[in-house]
Design a protein around this ligand. Sequence first.
Ligand code: NDP
Length: 333
Amino acid sequence: MSRVFYDRDADLKHLDGKTVGIIGYGNQGRAQALNLRDSGVSVLVGGLEDTYLDMAREDGQEVSGIKETVQKSEIILMLIPDEVEPAVYAEHVRQNLREGTMLCFASGYNIHFQEIVPFEHVDVVLLAPRTLGLAVRETFTRGTGVPADVAVWRDHTGTAWPTLLALAKGIGCTRIGAFESSFREEVELDLFSKQALWPALFDCLLTGFEVRVERGYSPEAVALEFYASGEAADIFLEMATQGLFAQMRFHSLTSQYGVLSQYKGATGLGLRRRMEEVLAKIRDGSFAREWAQEAKAGYPTLKKLRQEAESHLLNATDQRIRKSLSWSLPKDG
Ligand code: NDP
């Protein structure tokens, strides 16, 4: 098993006297910037004017242009979408990096697929929280954190690891566990989930929806019975904290018997073959090439796929259910 780092393995003193420049103030940028500031770290948010800088100002963050942020910071967190990172890096970051600066990514994508090739005189590290930015912030304010993958791609200064772990501590990840990984492992596993596991789950959900609606069940009842009630989310949370099979003890015996007697081979050999093909395309770089072409053309396929998904009956059903369910408590209730 790879190394796992906790608070006791990390020391915030490695960030003393350093400024952490945050490029991007979206999902991850805002959460990580707020957590670091609450941990006593000096933070500077860098952005183009008329963009997310207003929100950062409202949060009381010190803000600056991207170029100035890079020039003034010893550590740069690249927290903008992976697709725009190479252009922003080439235009604003590259020529302003000083020797010994640390470049920190939240995804292994651009380094692994060589969309960004940093100079030899900078440290390059990965700090990838394994969940949404909202959770990064929300867990931190509750005194916990979220797990993260951490990796060092280049250690020019010889201090990349302690500095990276200090960042992970400031963001709250070492409260729960920062797992040693690599840029390659992080990106390949992440792409595999998005291209093989979640699609298989979507296929199961949609097929299960269609089969039952075709047999006369109401679309709302079908959606509610599975994920719209929040039950699936509760089960996934128990999987994370208890384990896939261990959480089964919270289910009825009928449910346990149903799942355990039916899951083997439930999706057939085709699924295994398909997953192997997807992984091969990720590993040999064909997916990265396909995605770069799609981006260059203005995302025509993605737009078409979104339209198709939006026109599915389940989408309209979801919207009707949202109106019937009261997920948030009344303000003064
Ligand atoms: P977001 O989509 O939330 O975008 C972040 C910011 O990027 C926004 O503030 C946006 O500004 C800014 N931005 C967009 N385009 C440009 C540009 N051309 N120039 C300058 N700024 C720009 O990013 P995420 O937080 O989702 O992702 C950041 C990184 O974190 C990625 O590497 C991602 O893979 C990784 N990651 C994301 C997770 C998540 O939960 N989403 C989970 C784990 C890792 P504006 O508001 O003005 O458009």
